[in-house]
Design a protein around this ligand. Sequence first.
Ligand code: GDP
Ligand code: MG
Length: 185
Amino acid sequence: MLKAKILFVGPCESGKTVLANFLTESSDITEYNPTQGVRILEFENPHVTSDDKGTACEFELWDCGGDPKFESCWPALTKDSHGVVIVFNADTPSHLKEIDMWYSCFVQQQLLQDTRCLLIAHHKPGSGSDKGNLSLSPPLNKLKLVHSNLEDDPEEIRVEFIKYLKSIVNSVSESRDREEMSIIT
Ligand SMILES: Nc1nc2c(ncn2[C@@H]2O[C@H](COP(=O)(O)OP(=O)(O)O)[C@@H](O)[C@H]2O)c(=O)[nH]1
Ligand SMILES: [Mg+2]
């Protein structure tokens, strides 16, 4: 059984909690840990399995508080994380600057591969769904970027999130295989 820990980070009020709830609808257990500014959702996704025999995969989605006042807790959040999802609002100019910081602290400094990182440009209701003029500067422009708009097209982000989960599972099981090989040989 494969287990993967995925963080949802990004500016305050960007839609992390709304998206986390939406994308883990099937979750069984919900824990709340207010002291650390993080809420942990445990879930499985019927479309994402550990192997081709259909063994389930257990995910932990860590819905992290966006307030840098929790910075002292960040090492506990990033410890043993397998993936980082950065949620922001494309129509909020300050967010475009802030995501540099989230990428730097949660991906670059953790030496997490860029393929383990997903950017979600979340469109709140009434904010329009302009996907056009979003130009991110390097290195963020190399990351996978998807748009979410739960009112206009909720399935789009559901499908993209499943693709992302699958890529995490593949990447985690590959690095696990490599570790096993290095022990044997
Ligand atoms: N109806 C609706 N409200 C949203 C959506 N995304 C964000 N919001 C609202 O925007 C606010 C901030 O969202 P939240 O997920 O709590 O942001 P967080 O601070 O990043 O976790 C909340 O009041 C949400 O109700 C959405 O897709 N639909
Ligand atoms: Mg939240």
